[in-house]
Design a protein. Structure first.
Length: 202
């Protein structure tokens, strides 16, 4: 999933360092209620949100569900409010409000893979292919991890894959959903970027 420039502006105003051209959406929550070992990433084409809409940005903490830092925007561009609250006390997420979860950099690892020809986003065997490609690069069992493939990835070309703990992600998404704040998109705090190396201190 790619984070939109509007999300980046709100996150930056709230003190988070997002990215204007960044990876990547993990789930389309309206289609999949929680991450599973077979969950595949979807591209921005699968979620056609209006350019200007109310936004609730929620930062997922590295630990278990508890309090969440948040930021809101009434137009998806400018920061309206920010704070910290338990799931049930977060700003309301009614009709017309897009809920975006921000994954901290420390909860993600980024792996570069070269996809076989004919395998890309939406391919039936994408998960099994990624399992094989990443087997020697991961310390944890692949079944306990959630993968998100870079949107626009094509078979025969290299692409980024975001990896995080599946149980951790599911716990937060379920806690927010149970409080009536169902997450529509998930974005990373710091995605890979081209250019010279930089040191980010958070």
């Amino acid at each position: 999933m790619w984070i939109r420039d509007s999300d980046h502006a709100v996150a930056r105003a709230h003190g988070h360092r997002g990215a204007g051209a960044a990876l990547s959406v993990f789930e389309e929550r309206r289609r999949c209620p929680r991450p599973t070992p077979n969950t595949q990433a979807f591209t921005t084409d699968a979620y056609n949100a209006p350019t200007l809409m109310s936004l609730l940005l929620i930062a997922l903490p590295p630990g278990p569900p508890a309090g969440y830092e948040f930021a809101t925007s009434t137009d998806g561009q400018a920061l309206a409010a920010h704070g910290s609250a338990a799931p049930a006390l977060l700003p309301a997420a009614g009709r017309g409000v897009e809920v975006v979860a921000l994954v901290p950099a420390g909860q993600l690892s980024w792996q570069r893979v070269t996809l076989p020809r004919g395998v890309g986003p939406g391919a039936p065997r994408l998960r099994s292919v990624l399992d094989g490609l990443l087997e020697d690069q991961l310390l944890d069992d692949a079944g306990a991890l959630h993968f998100a493939l870079e949107p626009g990835a094509q078979g025969g070309a290299s692409a980024w894959v975001a990896v995080c703990d599946r149980a951790w992600l599911a716990a937060h998404l379920n806690a927010l959903e149970g409080a009536g704040r169902t997450v529509h998109r998930i974005v990373p705090e710091l995605p890979p970027q081209d250019g010279p190396l930089r040191l980010w201190v958070t």
